[in-house]
Design a protein around this ligand. Structure first.
Ligand SMILES: [Zn+2]
Length: 547
């Protein structure tokens, strides 16, 4: 036999695709060639594969022509992790492996970059690769030893952690003992990505914050529907404390969300050993000095997900937002619009999911003390500096924010000592119920929350009550809502109605379209206008959904 087929996995963003690697060793001009949209890393790796084979005490067919055909041909393939499947392909095609179980081989996949000595290097993205392999009928996967645990998160898959090409060859040949090999190094990215997806439930709680009824209602709506929110206000008014508590309002991740998030962590090389599947929504809060690449994703060489993708299904908090780099602010437009981020590369572009709930906070000026009232204004910023700062908070980005709240500095008189603050667990329960309503409504649509419904679908499939729609038209006609704002108010109105239905004790019931009152609340949330006390005290309003 001078021909063999092995399996590897190509990554497209955080999605894996099973790839057949057909290896042919035959007469012809001696040399090596790889066919099938392989990138430079794969082509340049051919010599590495050859040396790994000879240094593992196997023969390389130097006098013959070795062709690797990677299929499906139309799919771009990149990364050195195809080395292992190509090397095994050569050993099989040249019949250097004995006692091979062909049926098992057909259902095996090989992942790993080779060193010249025949050792293995880890590969980023092992979890999405293993997931894709299992979905396509693969039952046994070989991965570099340190990444064994990560691949084991995939059910019904035998994971074999290996250190070298020789060890893989021994397993494939049915050997009882594995040849010794030095341990595989950890993935370098693991140190680079500071993963802060910690569960904060034990550390902070909404009940820590007294008063703030209006703002607490706003973050509950944001959490329930996945709406981006902007908190503005003077220094020390509690914006940051409020933002840090948003993750505590989110329910545990569904299995599907957990797999998506952990796949992104895997791609970033940020799956902590022993951490298993992510269960709680992540919280990322990069500093305003952060680079565009670290927040949005990208980088030279392979694409690394940024904090935005690592906060998928959780919260991305950008404190002092106007101080972030202009190119980063600009780049946030796409994820705020489409819940994903496309990173353009030289040869291709990679799209990663980025459904983080975005929370922005901003002071009124760089020093944080500016107020419109001259008598209390203690701002020391230059007018010019303050205007540049303000300009960043207007226009395209803010138009893409669903909820705006101007947080006032609290005084003791604002707090009612006889009204104990509700804790995060109680709010989280309502958020979960509101999300369950949305999940039922959007079953099979490809999104789970109101904030992610495409505008045209919303208008067509889930219209508001006629009176409520007229209210939005009037606001748009009067120039108080942009075209983008119209869609965002419609989405918000659905979330307000979902929460009211939950209050009224109808967890998952027939959806009645939001009426005038829900739209009034949505318009206030969007425009930064304070809410009336009936709304924030969480009493269902008679006549609307409570009927
Ligand atoms: Zn100032």
């Amino acid at each position: 036999m001078s021909f063999a087929t092995t399996h590897g996995v190509a990554l497209d963003g955080a999605l894996g695709h099973l790839i057949d690697i057909q290896t042919d060793v035959s007469q012809g001009t001696p040399g090596m060639v790889v066919v099938g949209r392989a990138d430079a890393a794969i082509r340049e790796g051919l010599d590495r594969v050859r040396m790994a084979v000879t240094n593992s005490e196997f023969q390389w067919p130097s006098s013959r022509r070795t062709t690797f055909l990677l299929s499906p041909a139309d799919l771009p393939k990149s990364g050195p992790h195809f080395d292992l499947s190509m090397a095994i392909g050569v050993l099989l095609a040249t019949e250097q492996l004995k006692k091979v179980d062909r049926a098992l081989l057909e259902r095996s996949a090989f992942i790993g970059e080779l060193t010249l000595a025949g050792g293995l290097r880890p590969a980023p993205g092992v979890l999405p690769m293993a997931l894709a392999a299992a979905q396509r009928g693969i039952r046994r996967i070989f991965v570099p030893e340190p990444q064994c645990e990560e691949a084991q998160l995939v059910p019904d898959l035998e994971v074999i952690g290996v250190r070298s090409l020789a060890q893989v060859a021994a397993v494939v040949s049915g050997a009882d003992e594995l040849p010794l090999a030095p341990p595989v190094a950890e993935l370098s990215g693991a140190q680079l990505v500071q993963w802060r997806g910690a569960d904060r439930l034990d550390e902070v709680d909404l009940a820590d914050l007294a008063g703030m009824a209006d703002e607490k209602y706003a973050v509950e709506v944001a959490a329930a529907g996945g709406h981006a929110i902007l908190l503005t206000g003077p220094k020390g008014c509690g914006k940051t404390s409020l933002a840090e508590r948003v993750p505590t309002l989110l329910p545990d991740l569904a299995l599907e969300e957990a797999l998506e998030l952990t796949a992104l962590q895997s791609l970033a090389g940020a799956v902590a050993p022993g951490a298993g599947l992510a269960r709680r929504p992540p919280f990322a809060a990069p500093h305003h000095d952060a680079s565009k690449v670290s927040v949005i994703g990208g980088g030279s060489g392979r694409v690394r997900p940024g904090e935005l993708s690592l906060a998928h299904c959780g919260v991305l908090f950008l404190d002092e937002f106007p101080l972030f780099r202009a190119d980063l602010i600009e780049a946030l437009r796409q994820p705020l619009e489409s819940s994903e981020i496309t990173i353009a590369r030289r040869e291709e572009s990679v799209t990663l999911p980025a459904r983080a709930l975005v929370v922005l906070a901003s002071n009124p000026c760089p020093c944080g003390n500016w107020t419109a009232q001259a008598s209390t204004n203690r701002c020391r910023c230059l007018d010019r500096v303050r205007r540049v700062y303000e300009a960043r908070m207007s226009g395209p980005i803010v138009d893409r924010i669903d909820i705006v709240r101007h947080v006032r500095a609290m005084s003791p008189a604002d707090v009612d000592p006889f009204a104990p603050a509700e804790d995060s667990a109680a709010v989280r329960e309502r958020v979960a119920a509101a999300r369950a309503r949305q999940a039922a409504r959007f079953d099979g649509c490809g999104w789970r929350l109101n904030a992610h419904v495409p505008g045209p679908r919303l208008k067509h499939d889930w219209p508001l009550e006629p009176g409520a729609a007229r209210l939005i038209d009037a606001a748009a006609g009067a120039g108080r809502l942009s075209a983008r704002g119209v869609v965002r108010v419609q989405r918000l109105a659905w979330t307000v109605a979902d929460l009211r239905a939950v209050d009224a004790g109808r967890a998952v019931a027939v959806d009645r379209p939001p009426g005038v009152e829900a739209v009034e609340v949505a318009l206030r949330l969007r425009s930064g206008t304070p809410l009336d006390s009936a709304t924030v005290r969480r009493r269902p309003v008679a006549g609307e959904v409570a009927s």
